[in-house]
Design a protein around this ligand. Structure first.
Ligand code: GYE
Length: 307
């Protein structure tokens, strides 16, 4: 039963539709587009009125959006926090107004976990580990240093922090695996290309690129090709996300390994909204299930890939 039709549902609106305010990070990547589409489609399917706001990768825009949702007295606020820190004040304002908050995709570092009901999203540390494990296996017989460059996601964001630390934790096992340069590419194609160009100039002998998402990897591939090198051969490439363009590059052998990060969080979010409004107990952490793809595996599933 939709809470809107359920008289005994506590905080659910007695009249009309459930109003959900959602503050999105931006439109920086293929992953983000798929995530926004999933949220819009599932809100519609759930019969909610969705107020969707795009923060263009800026925390101040997100804070403004959250405050405006509070002012409009939406029933539930959900958001994907661009960075981890700096949310306590506005989350407290939502709590004081009696509006439940659900985090999707990215975590916050607030000590007071009563400021939000649940966090729905991937385990980014585990994603970094998966990337690291594949690399350790590939280079287990390497007798010489393997030079790795890293394109990090948005500085201060949960996926950038965690994908870096999970990867480092695993590659430590083999001292030959060395990160020679690591910089943010802001999760975008354009920045990925630009930073890879500078990596190639500073380090003529790069063996491996680890990019925190497909888009930065795809930008870097352009830079690698422009430098007369063959992506996937001269430089081994690992990315995270497994969106269609990334999977296509993997099927072509330009990306060697992709760690999946599922953007289709909409259905789980709408379920959580209904549960919260119905006064049900919900898990404080809802982890998305995901896998990995080699080039061969990407080729096999590409045709059926929805995003
Ligand atoms: O990997 C990247 C996007 O937060 C999991 O954000 C998300 C990341 C995703 O820009 O492509």
């Amino acid at each position: 039963d939709a809470p809107a039709n359920n008289a005994s549902s506590g905080e659910a609106p007695a009249d009309g539709k459930v109003v959900l305010g959602f503050s999105q990070v931006g439109a920086e990547s293929g992953w983000r587009t798929a995530n926004s589409d999933s949220i819009k489609e599932s809100a519609k399917a759930a019969g909610f009125e969705l107020k969707f706001s795009d923060a263009q990768q800026k925390q101040e825009n997100q804070i403004k959006a959250l405050r405006s949702f509070i002012q409009q007295k939406v029933d539930v606020i959900a958001f994907s926090p661009v960075v981890e820190s700096g949310w306590d004040t506005v989350l407290q304002e939502a709590k004081d107004a009696g509006i439940p908050v659900i985090l999707t995709d990215r975590a916050v570092d607030s000590k007071d976990t009563s400021l939000y009901k649940t966090f729905i999203g991937s385990d980014f540390v585990e994603e970094g580990r998966r990337a690291g494990k594949w690399l350790v296996e590939q280079f287990k017989d390497a007798a010489e240093p393997v030079k790795i460059v890293e394109l990090q996601g948005t500085t201060g964001s949960a996926p950038a922090i965690d994908r870096k630390s999970g990867f480092e934790e695993i590659i430590k096992e083999n001292p030959n695996l060395q990160i020679v340069a690591s910089q943010t590419g802001d999760f975008t194609r354009a920045k990925g290309k630009e930073v890879m160009q500078s990596f190639l100039q500073a380090h003529p002998d790069i063996d491996v690129l680890y990019a925190h998402n497909d888009d930065m990897g795809l930008g870097a591939i352009q830079a690698i090709e422009a430098a007369g090198l063959v992506p996937g051969k001269d430089i081994i490439i690992i990315t995270v996300d497994a969106v269609k363009d990334g999977m296509t590059a993997a099927a072509e052998g330009k990306i060697n390994f992709i760690v999946e990060c599922n953007p289709l969080l909409g259905p789980q979010l709408m379920q959580a909204v209904n549960d919260v409004l119905a006064g049900k107990e919900i898990e404080s952490r809802i982890v998305t299930e995901e896998g990995t793809f080699t080039s061969e595996e990407a080729k096999a599933v590409l045709a059926d890939r929805k995003y």
